[in-house]
Design a protein. Sequence first.
Length: 393
Amino acid sequence: MELKVKMAYIYKKSFEDCFKKARIAICIFLSIVSLFGLYQVYINYKTYLFSTNNYLFIQVFIFLISLEILFYFSIFLHELGHYLAIKRAGYQIKAFVAGPFVLINNDGHKRLRIRLYGVLTKSGFVLPAFRNKIVDQKSCEKCISDYINFLYGGAYATALLIIIGTLLIFFKSTCVWGLATVIINCVMLINLFRNDKNVLGDIQLANLIKKDKRVFCIAFRNSFWAEFPINSYIVRLCEDFIEDNLSAHQYNESVIAILDSMLIYKIINKQELTKSEAEFKNWIFNDFDYTKCKDWFFQIEFIKLGYKFLLHEYALNKQSMGDYSRFSYLITANVLYNSSKMLKNIDRSIKELFLEHKNFDKRYLRYIHSFSSVLDGCENCQALMKEFIKSIN
């Protein structure tokens, strides 16, 4: 029987209308404050704006650089809001990322890195340590409450910056920077309500968890890497979440994100797929029509999952050339194939294993996990990758 995929986003309609009104309200506020801010700038700097100063180009260049610094400062304070909220609840932090800055905590030994390009260089995230905090139902309930407060922590910090920026507009010497602060942080605040296929805003996620506590499992998608090996209770929570959704044929982005990490654990531990996971795998290889799917995000995510399913076959010595042939066709037929280095390398990786019988090359590890480059300095992540390569080879 052909499985039916439900690609609807994981938010609930009951609070979508409310969030739409919130976004509209923020946009109206931003428009009013921006107009007032521009008026203040014109009144206070009209002589300067229309001058023939020979150094105007240099001053504009310095201003643009300053705006970039203000942008990253806003990101830092937003992430700091998350950090303070979760630290107040007594949690350790495994990773703190703000723009190009990455702080990794390896059991008390902190390591700071600077990345000028790559994933999340224009945003950030804070990764709490859950492994020693969630061991049973009671501790899990508390952690859900703490995590919701953690999600709101960044929103509070961003809202505070908007208030400060609005006040700065009223002063001649700071009206320009006040206006820039309001614009940058209002855009950030609007994004917290987002529910795109690859971005779930903090406020959206917090309200979704309130609605369905099982969705809290999405918080563990990076913990599988940063806290390897994760404890058995968290693994069981994620397995139950995946099983419930796959059994109902709910193939949404939350399930994909968690299953993506769970498959790595199954490869390392040589575990068989559950019945629902096997059905999902069969659907990806045989029933899902990529040519009719216009959503590039789901195309790429299903290809990455298919890649891991084939690696799982290889690790358990159950290679299916039929699955390999179908998967190879799905990759090469993708409209993004010719322009995507990732798809070409995934295709090459599977070919080396299934046809050329080579060992898994560690240069393909970047395609195993999207944030592997961000967590490069994490010792737990490095240990997981070593175990993964050992299991494959």
